[in-house]
Design a binder for this molecule. Structure first.
Ligand code: ATP
Ligand code: MG
Length: 234
């Protein structure tokens, strides 16, 4: 059964698809056999892959907007080591049992070893992301193996007061939720690369954005290996 990473935030446009596709590419570059599960009915990740005739991403993408991802992913039976789930936006603040998008995100978090929550460093975005914290907490009760990390996305590349305080501000706002050290900056290459069906690692391998994705990938691998070490010592 693959290790599962869900990328979730009810806030639209926070960077779920950008982080999902680029993290999946980072994991593939690191040697893992990766499946990207596009759980968003908008199928943004699948469309990204389809902007090139040949798959240029280095991993497979399937559209699976299922409300039972925790059942469906283990039963895929395919030889993937890691599945990254790109979750949909929307849903009901706090999470509802009758909302399709909430049910998709909930089932992704029930399937996951790690949930990454991309947030842009502004109070407006923190407020919008906070609506899914109850959904995360409920899922963590039902899925005790679930780890959660915020990841700062679209930080201004030039130094600004808001940027300098992004991680500390997020840690303070989302008390008790860890923030990854790696921050992803706002970079043109992240916005351009989908149009040619590529992740940033192949679009501009030596760019600062690619360095950020490689660092993000290593940090995610470390999170997951800590979990494995804890499980094997129990
Ligand atoms: N770090 C970044 N630098 C530049 N552009 C970015 C970055 N992250 C995201 N974007 C751009 O912001 C827009 C929204 O990003 P993305 O589609 O990844 O968000 P999302 O959370 O998946 O959105 P949705 O909620 O609609 O699924 C896209 O145009 C994307 O290219
Ligand atoms: Mg998306």
């Amino acid at each position: 059964m693959p290790t599962v990473i869900a990328v979730a935030n009810q806030k639209g446009g926070a960077g779920k698809t950008t982080i999902s596709v680029n993290l999946a590419a980072g994991l593939a570059e690191a040697g893992y056999k990766v499946l990207l599960v596009d759980a968003d009915p908008q199928t943004s990740a699948l469309k990204w892959r389809n902007h090139s005739e040949e798959n240029q991403l280095g991993f497979d993408v399937i559209a699976l907007p299922s409300q039972l991802l925790n059942r469906d992913i283990p039963s895929l039976g395919a030889p993937y080591e890691v599945a990254v789930i790109d979750c949909p936006p929307g849903g009901t603040p706090g999470g509802s049992k009758t909302d399709t998008r909430d049910n998709i995100t909930r089932s992704a978090m029930l399937a996951a070893n790690l949930v990454l929550i991309p947030v842009q460093p502004s109070i407006v975005d923190f407020d919008a992301a906070a609506t899914m914290i109850p959904l995360l907490r409920q899922s963590a009760v039902a899925n005790p193996k679930l780890q959660a990390r915020l990841v700062i996305n679209r930080k201004a590349p030039a130094r600004t007061r808001l940027g300098d305080q992004a991680r500390a501000g997020a840690a303070e706002y989302f008390e008790g939720l860890a923030v990854l050290e790696t921050e992803i900056c706002h970079r043109q290459a992240f916005a351009e690369s989908p149009s040619v069906g590529r992740a940033i690692l192949s679009y501009d391998a030596r760019s600062k954005g690619s360095d950020e994705i490689r660092r993000l990938t290593q940090e995610v691998i470390e999170c997951l290996s800590t979990e494995n070490a804890a499980a094997s010592s129990e």
